[in-house]
Each structure stands twice: as structure tokens, then as C-alpha cells.
Design a protein around this ligand. Structure first.
Ligand SMILES: NC(=O)c1ccc[n+]([C@@H]2O[C@H](COP(=O)([O-])OP(=O)(O)OC[C@H]3O[C@@H](n4cnc5c(N)ncnc54)[C@H](O)[C@@H]3O)[C@@H](O)[C@H]2O)c1
Length: 308
């Protein structure tokens, strides 16, 4: 197949492009390089089945493709809050442009949605049927509400125009090629530990998150796109739940060094806990994460050692 990946130069997108090429497909990677880097695609540039296009998803685009994966959108709070109006445009206009193209060329289209659609959840763990608890006017809303609106668009195009959609809700994912300055907790802790700086934990560090290794997640994407039983939304993530203190201590243990753990004030609207209910992914996709946190952290630490 010929497959378009928007946001293909980013963390997840670059792993997805790599996997699709390995599976024998032609890949068109579209990115505006806001948070993505050509370096993430270093192994792919020059591959006969790989094409890289600099373009912004808020402007329309046309390609003859069989599938579209829509990943374009900054994913970490400092990046998506840098220009919140642009972030919401990216989610909403990007979805409209991908769906319009999918309708026109009859392609199956995939949306990378997020656990952020659940906001600060009052149901735990979160099943797909939970509608969420999102602040519509807070500093995270440009991302959360943008992604919620994109989901609405996907389902309206599906109902009204029979567009063949697939929607995943991604929970925290980590691995090589995360941006070292993106403020996400795994990369923050690793980079701080490698530099011998203090490891900053917000609040008491008792808030929990679950962490999925990137290879597991990409396998889930491919399985969702390869089946016809459900269009989603399907949660993909690792149900193993860790407090931020546990993650900080494990990172310190694996990196070694002399960093101390220090506490800082909690940022606004920081969710207290987040854990996916992955019953649907297990039943429909036969999918569950395989890489334990310690193994995944080791691979990620090795990557950051190389970069720093
Ligand atoms: N990594 C996670 O844990 C996670 C969790 C939930 C959802 N997601 C979603 O998965 C997708 C990929 O996330 P990631 O972690 O790889 O983040 P990332 O920031 O590394 O990748 C996003 C990519 O999109 C590109 N981009 C941003 N705005 C664009 C625009 N207007 N036009 C074209 N390209 C644009 C960036 O340059 C970058 O290459 C995002 O949509 C994100 O919301 C990721």
C-alpha cells in the first residue's frame, strides 16, 4: 500500500514510518518540523519507498494513498502550550484535511487521539465508554478539546460520508527519539539523571501514570488498521501503574549517578491518575503491551546517552 503519515518526523511517527517500510509499504511522511526532526528519519531518507514532504496539516494536501495515519500535533505540554491557537488549529484543521482526503481517495484513515480526552478522570481505570472530565477553558484545553473535536469530526465523517475511520486513544508512551526538552516525565527524569541534575517531581509525586513502550504501541496501531471489527475508539497503553516517585527512583537506579529527587509545585489541571482499561484492545486486536518498564527505560536511557 501507499500510506501517508502526518507528523511522521516526530517521536511516534518516525517509529511508525520505519515499521510500515519494514512491512513493505510505500510511505509518504508529511511534517512541518515543529517538534519533529529529520534526524528521527535518518535511517529512512534515501529508502526507495520513502518520501518526505515539508507541509503544514492546517493547509489542504492531496496524495493518492490507500491509508492515512494522522499523527501531526505537538504532544507535550510545553510544545502544545507554546502556541495554543495553532495547536487547536492543527488538531481540528488537520483532522478535516485528512478526512477530506480520505473521502476523496477512499482511504482508511487513522486518528492518533489521546487519553487526555478523559481529562482529570473521575472513573478509574478509564474505559472507552467514559466521556471524560475536561476543563474547556484551562491551559491544557487547546490540546484536550482539540483532540476531542477531532474525534467528533472522525465520527461525523464516518456516519455522514461513510469514511473508513480508526481512532486510538494513546496513553503515555515513551522510547528512543522522544524530544529531550519536551517536558514529558520519562524524558525529563532520564535527562536530569544523565546530566547529574536534580530530578524534579511535581507535588508529592504520588500521582500515577502508566507507561507504554513505543514498539508495543506501534504494533497496536498496525493491528487496529488491519482489522474491520471496530473503528474505535480503542485505548492503547500499558495498564501497569506507577507513581512519579517510583518512576524517579527506578530511573535513578538504572542511570546511577548522584542526582537527588526534589519536589516542585504541581502544574494546573495535572491529572492525579491515569490508567487505560485495555479490554477492547485485548479482545478485538489480541493486543497487550509486552515490554516491561525496566527494559523499555534501559533502551530509552541508551538512546539519550547517545544524544547527550
Ligand atoms: N507520545 C505519547 O505519549 C502520546 C500520547 C497521546 C497522544 N499522542 C499523539 O500521537 C501523535 C504523535 O505524538 P508524538 O509523541 O510523536 O509527538 P511529537 O511532537 O514527537 O510528534 C508530532 C509531530 O507532528 C508534527 N506537527 C506538529 N504540528 C504540525 C502541523 N501543523 N503540520 C504538520 N506536522 C505537524 C511535529 O513536527 C512532529 O513531527 C500526536 O498527535 C499526539 O497527540 C502521543
Amino acid at each position: 500500500m501507499r500510506i501517508l503519515v502526518t507528523g511522521g518526523a516526530g517521536f511516534l511517527g518516525s517509529h511508525l514510518c520505519e515499521r510500515l517500510l519494514k512491512d513493505g509499504h510505500e510511505v509518504v511522511c508529511l511534517d512541518n518540523f515543529f517538534t519533529g526532526r529529520k534526524q528521527n528519519l535518518a535511517g529512512l531518507i534515501g529508502h526507495p519507498n520513502f518520501e518526505l514532504v515539508r507541509h503544514d496539516v492546517i493547509d489542504p494536501f492531496k496524495y493518492e494513498v490507500d491509508q492515512i495515519y494522522n499523527l501531526a500535533c505537538p504532544a507535550s505540554p510545553p510544545h502544545y502550550q507554546y502556541n495554543p491557537i495553532k495547536t487547536i488549529k492543527t488538531s481540528v484543521m488537520g483532522a478535516i484535511n485528512c478526512l477530506g482526503l480520505a473521502k476523496r481517495v477512499d482511504a482508511r484513515v487513522f486518528q492518533a487521539s489521546t487519553s487526555e480526552v478523559y481529562g482529570d478522570p473521575q472513573v478509574h481505570p478509564q474505559p472507552e465508554s467514559y466521556w471524560g472530565h475536561v476543563n474547556p477553558i484551562g491551559v491544557r484545553s487547546c490540546y484536550d478539546e482539540g483532540k476531542r473535536c477531532a474525534e467528533t469530526l472522525f465520527f461525523d465523517y464516518h456516519r455522514e460520508n461513510k469514511v473508513d475511520i480508526r481512532v486510538v486513544r494513546i496513553f503515555n508512551t515513551y522510547g528512543p527519539r522522544m524530544h529531550e526538552a519536551d517536558g514529558r516525565v520519562v524524558s525529563n527524569f532520564i535527562v536530569q539523571a544523565l546530566r547529574g541534575e536534580d530530578i524534579t517531581v511535581y507535588g508529592e509525586g504520588l500521582q500515577t501514570r502508566s507507561f507504554c513502550y513505543v514498539d508495543d504501541l506501534i504494533e497496536g496501531f498496525i493491528r487496529l488498521m488491519g482489522q474491520t471489527e471496530t473503528v474505535g475508539p480503542v485505548n492503547l497503553g500499558n495498564p501497569g501503574e506507577f507513581t512519579m516517585m517510583q518512576l524517579a527512583e527506578l530511573t535513578l537506579k538504572l542511570v546511577g549517578g548522584k542526582s537527588r529527587i526534589v519536589h516542585k509545585e504541581l502544574p494546573p489541571d495535572d491529572p492525579k491518575q491515569r490508567r487505560p482499561d485495555i479490554t477492547i484492545a485485548k479482545q478485538v486486536l489480541g493486543w497487550e503491551p509486552k515490554v516491561p518498564l525496566e527494559d523499555g527505560l534501559q533502551r530509552t536511557i541508551a538512546y539519550f546517552k547517545g544524544r547527550l
